[in-house]
Structures are given as structure tokens and as C-alpha cells.
Design a protein around this ligand. Structure first.
Ligand SMILES: [Zn+2]
Length: 319
């Protein structure tokens, strides 16, 4: 009887040891240590100096943020794409460059290799004009707490808080010359100036700032000028459309799109509709003149004819 119990305990201990060993098995040359809330990961490459990456536990279980990486943080002095950005590196604005895209001389080929999808979610709102303000990016569905990843290698330029807009947001300058913006984060997990790998988790998604549900607001910018991310990424497939992207000053940058939109539609699309209530003595001609439009346009917008009699109190669309 006693022998049986001892044997049972022996087997248990062996199994536990085995499980414990399996759980802590790391690739050769890699070890980690945990001291209180800090996780140190050390890789010892053959013949080289040990490489340290330090992570710190954030306010919830099992989420660590990287705080130090000796290999990348110590050695690099220049910021990514310094030549394009004329060594401007500031945390003050998302677009500190004040450089309209018309002012660039030539077209530029952007190398998109190493791309990572920031989140796997589908688009809930596209790039383009909106009711009150232009939408400079795409909105991608996520759940609060989901990982948000850097699109390319690069360096964090801004970790910001914009309560009436982006909420908690991160701006990253990439080595390929693009900048990306990640908005409405619940928890940013990076620091300014930190070097970032493509696909590295830079924060947890959320619903902060001007946002009505958990999503990632994601922008691509070049020299501060936002353009449609769908030109680069097919978000339904989660893949790049091409391995490079050609930036030209006639490309689909937001101010161009906005100008085209105004010109083509006379500003009468979607959210920018305006109405006028017909008063005694009004004629279509008078309404058109007063609102800086034409009788023809009013007829088109309202599905009426020039001869239609306007009832007093009727609301007609003027834009
Ligand atoms: Zn958005």
C-alpha cells in the first residue's frame, strides 16, 4: 500500500517536471528572466555580444510592453527616411512638414516589402469626405484589447492623446519613407523614439477619442499628406496590392480628392446636403440665385421640373 502511494507520487513529480521543462523550453541561445514586473529576454548569438530586450508588465495580466532593445535602440542615430523628411523629427504634430504634395519634384517609388497587417479586421469606414470633416484613413474593425501591429519596420515618432479626435494614438515613421497613424487605441505599448519591427505589437485597440465603437483608425501618409490606404492594401484579403507603390504629386492625396469631389459634385454629395424652406413669393430662379446655384441643378437635386409649383413650407435641397 505504502509502496503504491510512493510510486504514485514519484510518477506525479516526474510528469510535473516534464511539463515544466516543456513549458520553459526556449530556442537555443535564448533565455529569459522575470524580476517582479519586468521580463528580460537575452539572446546569445554565436560569437556575438548577448542581445537584450526588456519587457515590462502593463496593467493587465500577461501583457508586456517592450521598453528596451540594446541592438536597435543604442546604435542608430538617424531617424528613418531622414533624407525625405529633411531631418525633421518632432512629436508636436501628425503633419509638421507643411509640405504640399504638389511641391515634390519627382515621383517616388515606395518599397512595401516586409508589410504586416495592423489588424485583421474588415473596413467599417473608408477614406474620403465625410459629413463634417475629411476622413484621412480607414477604420478597421477590432475588439477592445486586440493587438495592433506596426505595418513596417520603423521608429515611433509620436505617442499621443487627442481626446476629441484620435484618442490614444501612435505615429510611426518607416524606413521606406511612409508614415502610419494608429488611432483610438486603448493602450499604446511603445514609447516615442523606439525602434519598431514590422508586425510588432504597438498597442491594444480600443474606442478612445472621437469614436463610437472599438476600431482602429489607420492612416498612410507621405510627407504628412494622407492618402487612401486601400491603394496599397487589399483589406478584404489582408495583402498588399503590389510590392511597391508609386507616389506622384498627382496621386490620390486627400486635398486632391477633396478638390475633385467639390468640383465634380458641386459639393452636393452625401453628408454635405443643404436645404431651404420655400417662402411666399419664392421662385426657383430666385432660390437658385440666392444660393449660388442654378435652376437646372435644383431640378436635378429635387426631381422636379422648372414648371413645378413650389408649395410654401416645402423643403428643397439646394446642395
Ligand atoms: Zn477613422
Amino acid at each position: 500500500m505504502t509502496k503504491k502511494i510512493i510510486l504514485f507520487i514519484y510518477i506525479c513529480v516526474c510528469t510535473c517536471t516534464l511539463v515544466a521543462q516543456e513549458a520553459t523550453t526556449l530556442p537555443e541561445g535564448l533565455r529569459f528572466e522575470i524580476h517582479n514586473d519586468t521580463l528580460f529576454v537575452v539572446s546569445e548569438s554565436e560569437g556575438g555580444m548577448p542581445h537584450h530586450v526588456v519587457f515590462q508588465l502593463v496593467d493587465r495580466p500577461n501583457i508586456y510592453r517592450r521598453i528596451y532593445n540594446d541592438e536597435t535602440d543604442d546604435l542608430m542615430e538617424d531617424h528613418p527616411a531622414d533624407d525625405i523628411y529633411k531631418s525633421i523629427w518632432t512629436r508636436e504634430h501628425v503633419n509638421p512638414y507643411q509640405l504640399p504634395i504638389d511641391s515634390i519634384q519627382d515621383s517616388t517609388v515606395i518599397d512595401l516589402s516586409g508589410f504586416s497587417l495592423p489588424v485583421p479586421g474588415y473596413i467599417t469606414s473608408k477614406f474620403g469626405p465625410r459629413r463634417y470633416r475629411y476622413h484621412y484613413g480607414v477604420d478597421l474593425k477590432l475588439q477592445t484589447g486586440d493587438s495592433v501591429r506596426s505595418a513596417f519596420d520603423g521608429q515611433v515618432r509620436i505617442v499621443g492623446w487627442d481626446p476629441r479626435g484620435y484618442g490614444h494614438y501612435v505615429v510611426i515613421r518607416h524606413n521606406n519613407g511612409l508614415e502610419t497613424v494608429y488611432g483610438h487605441l486603448n493602450t499604446p505599448l511603445v514609447d516615442e523614439d523606439m525602434r519598431i519591427y514590422s508586425g510588432e505589437v504597438i498597442g491594444l485597440g480600443g474606442n478612445t477619442g472621437r469614436s463610437t465603437g472599438p476600431h482602429l483608425h489607420f492612416e498612410f501618409r507621405y510627407l504628412g499628406n494622407a492618402f487612401n490606404p486601400e491603394l496599397i492594401v487589399d483589406f478584404t484579403q489582408g495583402t498588399l496590392r503590389d510590392s511597391t507603390y508609386l507616389i506622384t504629386k498627382n496621386g490620390s492625396f486627400y486635398h486632391k480628392m477633396q478638390a475633385q469631389h467639390k468640383a465634380s459634385a458641386g459639393g452636393n454629395q452625401g453628408g454635405s446636403a443643404k436645404y431651404y424652406t420655400v417662402r411666399k413669393g419664392d421662385t426657383l430662379g430666385a432660390i437658385a440665385r440666392r444660393n449660388n446655384t442654378t435652376i437646372r441643378k435644383l431640378c436635378q437635386l429635387n426631381g422636379i421640373k422648372e414648371t413645378t409649383i413650389l408649395r410654401i413650407g416645402r423643403k428643397i435641397r439646394i446642395r
